[in-house]
Design a protein around this ligand. Structure first.
Ligand code: WQD
Length: 344
């Protein structure tokens, strides 16, 4: 075994896929999750894929005593991946204090605990929202950080600053900040995938639920943007590709002495894909039509943002490999599995 990793928010969408890749890579995973936006059955899905059911603690990372008990029990945890956070842009505007308390206190608790228990490596789940509406695309890690357009996006920026200042204070830890673009798709086994609570805010779950008939019609938020087909452009990255980048980041911090105390990477494909292109890719690869209509723009939407992943490619040794059509097929197979299980 390569050692123990604590994954906060590990029963969530990206956390569960990352747990699979950590186990595949030889790490032992312990998950803490408060199940506020995920289901405990995910643990069985992970086991059906890897044969290993991760140790699970139902708890809240804002409760430092709960967190610390994990480190008292497992004094040999080598690293932490922090996914645990509230992440709905719209909700953050309605409930800013919930977002600041949850997302910032979670991170600060982890940072405070790490030196006490000799935990050397922290991977922080950040987002391309820190770039706002970029002046130019693709964005690099040195592209300007723009004023956040939501409390959610602001918590990501503030957390990055907290990590930066903490490491500058001379504490003996390393951290890697991973700025995700738009994670989409599901594990090819269809044993785990994206399952948001209630009505999905993100594009792909709403699209697949429309395709299977749970939703009547997909609203495309605007086709009057200055893009080739008028719809917004994003860097949709396959969730399994994204998960593998976390293993590369941990390996580098734990094994590579050249790793800096703080490194930041864009995790994207480097390709911009429009909303309409994504819908077309889904229909082409599945043969299933997605009833959709063009409606007005959604407030706060970025017109176009996609990443330059060259640093991650060259330094992390990681590259996104799975294209948008194959990714849409995994999203559809996951939706079909949910239907087969009577979940949706
Ligand atoms: C993508 C595009 C919508 C729904 C957000 C967060 C980001 C990350 C991913 C957490 C936009 C359009 C969407 C729909 C649509 N979250 N759309 N109809 O807003 O790019 O990013 O989720 O890590 O931090 O900001 O993702 O999937 O909501 O939207 O037309 O029903 O799809 O307008 O252009 P977004 P999204």
């Amino acid at each position: 075994m390569k050692g123990k990793i604590l994954v906060t928010g590990g029963t969530g969408y990206i956390g569960s896929h990352t747990t699979v890749e950590l186990q595949n890579s030889g790490y032992e995973v312990i998950i803490i999750d408060n199940l506020s936006n995920s289901n405990i059955d995910v643990l069985d899905g992970i086991k059906r894929i890897t044969g290993i059911k991760p140790e699970f603690v139902q708890g809240d990372c804002t409760d430092i005593e709960c967190l610390e008990n994990i480190f008292k029990k497992h004094s040999d945890i080598k690293g932490i991946i922090n996914f645990a956070a509230s992440k709905a842009v719209g909700e953050s505007i309605a409930k800013p204090l919930l977002y600041y308390r949850n997302n910032l206190n979670t991170l600060m608790n982890l940072l405070e605990i790490m030196p006490k228990y000799g935990v050397k490596a922290l991977v922080f789940s950040s987002s391309c929202t820190v770039y706002g509406e970029p002046d130019e695309n693709p964005v690099t890690e040195n592209s300007p950080i723009k004023a956040a357009t939501s409390p959610y996006g602001n918590t990501k920026q503030i957390c990055e600053e907290i990590i930066t200042d903490y490491i500058k204070s001379g504490v003996n830890i390393k951290s890697t900040i991973l700025r995700y673009f738009n994670p989409v798709g599901a594990h090819p086994s269809a044993e785990i995938g994206e399952l948001p609570n209630g009505v999905p805010q993100n594009l792909v779950p709403y699209l697949t639920q429309t395709a299977i008939g749970v939703r009547n019609e997909l609203s495309v938020f605007g086709n009057d943007y200055s893009t080739p087909d008028g719809s917004c452009i994003r860097d949709f990255i396959n969730v399994v590709d994204l998960a593998k980048a976390h293993v590369c980041a941990l390996d580098r911090m734990i094994e590579n002495p050249e790793c800096e105390p703080l490194e930041t990477y864009n995790l994207g494909t480097g390709n911009g894909v429009s909303v309409m292109e994504l819908i077309n890719a889904f229909e082409k690869v599945t043969g299933v039509k997605v009833p959709h209509k063009i409606v007005g723009r959604r407030i706060g939407d970025i017109e176009k943002v996609w990443g330059n992943p060259n640093r991650a490619n060259s330094i992390l040794g990681w590259k996104a490999k799975i294209g948008i059509e194959e990714t849409m097929l995994t999203a559809w197979n996951w939706q079909l599995q949910l239907r087969k299980k009577g979940i949706m």
